[in-house]
Ligand binder design. Sequence first.
Ligand SMILES: [Fe+2]
Length: 240
Amino acid sequence: MIDIHAHILPAIDDGPETIEESIEICKVAANDGIKKIVATPHSKNGVYETKSVEIIKAVDVLNTQLLVNKIDIDILPGAEIHICEGLVENIENGDVLTINNGGKFILLELPFVFVPPGTDKFIFNLKSNGIIPIIAHAERITTFQRKPELLDQLVKIGARVQINAHCLTKRAIPGEKKCAEWLLKNRLVHFIASDVHSLNGRPPILSKALETATRIVGEEAARALVFRNPELIINGLDIY
Ligand SMILES: [Fe+2]
């Protein structure tokens, strides 16, 4: 499996504080059958402004340590970018990282409590510039919990949708679970990812969510969310 949303790099955002902690998280992920992780530190969220070169350097360091520790996981560069003005320019000049530094897909974070007016135009503008936004943890956003059908409009404009694995487990918050299940039933989910920050809270485990998704959409469609779709986008190919 491939996890496209993970705060896995040490001392770069609110993820692990040390490389040892990053390695422990990767061990758990490897045991769950995860082979690749896109490192997505927070960016442009008003708190973290991690530079692309720092992310790429930290990915190299962690990959080396995983080799030394014989953990069979490949870390790829990326970022979780908060919605902001000038994003197309930020991407073009390398200020923010796209998924696997491929220049095509971004993991886009929206505010938790509302979807800013004009988000549809924002997404359309990104798409017109050849950039495809993946809406991070859509089930956590209050507006989508109330009106999940709004995501249908954003997907039609060109957005893709990621939900957190945690929201399909027994410990999920009911509103998030209900929203995620509705989105799955209506075929509006493209990725299940961990959004891991540490081994507490949301662990780097996708297999349990895959089981739940399989019961909702069937085996082939569920497996696409953690195997085929992530593989496509890290190779710069879109999902239709
Ligand atoms: Fe995140």
